[in-house]
Ligand binder design. Structure first.
Ligand SMILES: Cc1cc2nc3c(=O)[nH]c(=O)nc-3n(C[C@H](O)[C@H](O)[C@H](O)COP(=O)(O)OP(=O)(O)OC[C@H]3O[C@@H](n4cnc5c(N)ncnc54)[C@H](O)[C@@H]3O)c2cc1C
Length: 429
């Protein structure tokens, strides 16, 4: 019989590492099992990280963590076929500690985070895949991995969006492709100076830029560019079931995005360094599985804990906060010597007190709002057409803004539909 751990965590992403650090610091025998050759080897994302949850573990983490740039500028653009309408926000405040967010690359960041778990006393076993759960009666009692049985008082599934462990524990069924977006991303190398010129940045400043519009061919989804030190993270994220319905690949949409004149200028002469693809859960509260059972908890993407509002896609901070809440629940359970479902029901209570379930509840209508195809075709076209009319000087008498708006709207969308969409935005966001 192998050593019995207090806790076995499956997955060394943000949720698993945060959970492991809190458990190991409290003196619990903790094992983190990661299937990648190293933590972060298989992980990708867009790249804007918001830090308060990590600051609670490591104040001033930016001094040692491999962050690329702090995000000082947020941009949002609506793209029609050949035009772009953009909002650009920057503030000096985001450039001062504790900063508001950072761009970063997961292969470096997850490795650093896992090393912090090791320093705290957790054992991190990489290149090891959890294949199944161990059971004692109706209670989860460990995992099977690499042909071995690894017993534990509690298993914390931090194994990401496709969590096989949550499924095997009966906490969720198959995820609907409607609740998932497919992300594809390229890392494009450019000299630091060029990045800073093109994005109007100085020193360590960085840009997070979100796009919606013509490139997604009316499918619910968006694109992003995040500036790193000497490369850009460029990608699209699109609802999986719609891709299948329309028989388009996310990669086709990424190519369309990169060809848009506004984007092509930013990427010109860049060298492709890396290509990756990953799924992201975006169904919000409605897709949340059961979060606990006897001997087991589920955290991060495995529990569907991300926030997608069209303007932001945040998951890493939700993963860290839920990983920490899971760890606090296990520490409490260890003190009581009780790892039953009843004892572990403390976990959702902690999540309800934190931003994790508060945000998911506030924005629970956002996922269905974001399925509206008009946001990805008619509205970007309408706004770009209106802006073109406003800024065109053709020697003819100018029309008033209202009549230009009516002209741009006509044939694309009825006034009542526009009003209804505005009301839905108000209710959902
Ligand atoms: C394209 C894209 C863009 C995104 N952009 C952002 C963004 O800008 N900002 C943001 O905050 N979030 C973003 N996200 C979401 C964010 O990446 C996730 O919410 C976050 O990574 C969740 O962390 P996690 O630890 O729960 O899961 P993951 O990061 O998925 O980690 C799970 C880990 O478990 C391991 N694993 C899985 N199964 C097993 C197994 N059976 N045995 C052993 N190990 C296993 C995996 O290898 C992985 O290391 C984005 C996601 C995508 C796909």
């Amino acid at each position: 019989m192998n050593q019995k751990f207090d806790a076995v965590i499956v997955g060394a992403g943000p949720a698993g590492c945060a959970c492991g650090i809190v458990l190991a610091k409290a003196g619990l025998e903790t094992l983190i099992v990661e299937r990648g050759k190293f933590a972060g080897a298989k992980n990708m994302w867009g790249g804007a990280f918001y830090g308060p949850s990590l600051s609670e573990l490591f104040p001033n983490f930016w001094d040692e963590a491999p962050v690329e740039r702090y995000i000082s500028r947020h941009k949002f653009s609506l793209l029609s076929k050949d035009a772009a309408f953009s909002a650009d926000f920057t503030t000096k405040k985001f450039g001062e500690p504790p900063y508001n967010g950072f761009s970063l690359l997961r292969s470096k960041f997850d490795r650093w985070f896992a090393s912090k778990a090791e320093q705290a006393g957790a054992v991190v076993a990489t290149g090891l895949e959890a294949e199944d759960l161990l059971w004692e009666g109706n209670a989860v009692a460990g995992i099977k991995a690499g042909g071995d049985e690894l017993p534990a008082n509690v298993v914390i599934a931090c194994d990401g969006v496709n969590s096989i462990l949550a499924e095997k524990a009966g906490l969720r069924g198959k995820i609907s492709p409607r609740d998932i977006k497919q992300g594809v991303k390229e890392v494009i190398q450019l000299p630091r100076q060029i990045i800073e010129q093109r994005f109007n940045l100085q020193g360590e400043e960085g840009t997070a830029w979100e796009f919606i519009g013509s490139f997604s061919r009316g499918l619910p989804g968006g694109a992003f560019i995040y500036t790193n030190q000497e490369n850009l993270s460029v990608g699209v994220v699109v609802q999986l079931d719609k891709l299948a319905e329309k028989e388009v690949s996310a990669n086709d949409l990424l190519e369309d995005f990169k060809r848009h004149p506004e984007v092509a200028n930013l990427l010109a002469e860049g060298q492709l360094m890396e290509y990756s693809a990953h799924l992201v859960p975006v169904g919000g509260k409605a897709m949340m599985p059961g979060l606990y059972t006897d001997g087991m908890l589920v955290a991060g993407d495995a529990a569907g804990l991300t926030l997608s509002t069209g303007l932001v896609l945040e998951g890493a901070n939700f993963a860290i906060a839920s990983g920490k809440a899971a760890a606090e629940t296990v520490i409490r359970a260890k003190k009581r010597g009780d790892f039953s479902k009843k004892s572990l029901s403390h976990y959702p209570q902690l999540l309800k007190q934190s931003f994790v379930l508060k945000d998911l509840t506030s924005f629970e209508k956002a996922p269905s709002l974001l399925e509206n195809p008009r946001f990805y075709s008619q509205y970007p076209e309408m706004v770009c057409e209106l802006a073109e009319k406003v800024f065109t000087s053709d020697g003819l008498p100018r029309k008033k803004l209202w009549s230009m708006l009516r002209e741009s709207q006509r044939g694309k969308i009825s006034f009542w539909r526009l009003l209804r969409d505005l009301l839905r935005i108000k209710r959902s966001l």
